[in-house]
Design a protein around this ligand. Sequence first.
Ligand SMILES: [Zn+2]
Length: 538
Amino acid sequence: MKNREQILAEINTLSASKGFFNVLIRLTAINLNSFVDTLATRDWRKLLNQNEIAFLFGFWLKNRNANFGGILDIPQTANYVHELMDELHLSFMKKLPEPSENVSYKEIFITSSSLQETIFYSGTGAYDYQYMDYLESKYSYDKEWLKSKKDVDIQTCIDFFTFLKSVVNYKLNFKGLPADSIEIYSIDKNCCLFKKYPAFLKVIDLFSIKDNDVLNTEFNDIGDLNVFLLKPIIDSGNKFIFPFPYLVAESIFESPFYWMLDDTGYKSKALKNRGTCAEEIVKKELWKVFPPERVYNNVFVMANKATRLTDIDICVFYEETLIIFQVKSKKLTQLSKKGNLEQIKLDFSQAVEDSFNQINKIYDPIIKNKCNLVDEQGKEVLKAESIKEIYSICIVLDNYPPLLIHSRIFYQDKDATPIAMTIFDFQILLKYLHTPALFLEYIQKRTVNSKTIYTDTELSYLKYFMTHGFEMPEDSDLLMLDGDFGQYFDKHYYMQLLSRYSRRFPDLIGNIGRNEGCFCGSGIKFKKCCAYIGFEAQ
Ligand SMILES: [Zn+2]
């Protein structure tokens, strides 16, 4: 078996060969594309995940102009690269001690290698269109900055991604192209949509790389900064190529915040806006299930007039129960992705631990009616004496895929495990737990079972609740739920999301002249291209 250095060296060499881009398109087609009816049943254990494919694109970006060696046999090399990636995954396990009575839990799980594995192999944690769902509200106070400094607006970004994603789906379903054809992921620059929406070109400019850009020179291993994640569109000759639409959505969602942080004059405002938006997003989500008058924000917990115990970002009071939501905006840092143990702990404490500990301190004072719950002006908003039960949830605005695993690992030897989830999982939770009673039951059972039912994603918990009501099987004291439970939503939730956006595709295209460049980006006139597939020229 090869060691990790050998595997990475081989991938590096292969990525410098002609045809490696086609190898990646093939791997994308095999591992990431799926027809609707198989979305919920695919064996994801045998597939490469999005992080692994993006990692390979990182090597391609580094070595794309090297043209080293001969032309690759595409299918054969794709299989071989897949094997190398599987070996790379196994190399993480080899660094861990063999489980035995003398090896503690911490020696296995709280190690750099083990935690880095959970970060890289946890998958994506959000559906692409969920990023579009929150784009408007995430940057609602930064629109002027975006317009004046980057000349973009949010709605254009959403329309652009909707167009891009819909074109790929359209070509996969209706054009009869081979699944590993680069054509599927390309749009000719003469496409009529660019004439209709010149602002799309501005968005592309912000998220694209050019043929001769020298990038990713320091990219060698998992966790190294990968520019392809920030600029996943390739501006090449007469085409734009976007082999990985998911990354376009992710970068549109995340990058503007980092652009603003780079502007020293705007940084503090950007951070303030971010906190405000995060709370507003959570509040609006809760309104879908709870009456707005039951949702409170910025509640101060006062031991007396002068002593504030803590402040609650958002809370819901329902049937004598207080559900507290602490809202954080925290992303895994680059250093964590490289497996730096101290940084992983720090990221987790800033995302979850700090607010969990803060909330723990106020359980007793509230239940024992030894504090006041007031607003900014000191006016009482809730009576502590009416609260009989308290639950708390930490919501993270950023994508943080191993959040649940890290909560379990870092709280293994404590009495309770925090409930922490991303806004993306929270959105799905509220969709299915659509009444206050249902939501409350979920949170109660989820809290009680946090030490007896394990899983790696919140969505697996949700599905288990929907089908088994969080029941423990008879004669069991520990239950481990498989990731397959959460896969249910890949079809049932994602399809609704997808159709909500793709419904706009025909409207975006609008009228096309017969001699204009076809909307599908083929580079051919509409009348000679897609005019025959149900799209009538006006
Ligand atoms: Zn066409």
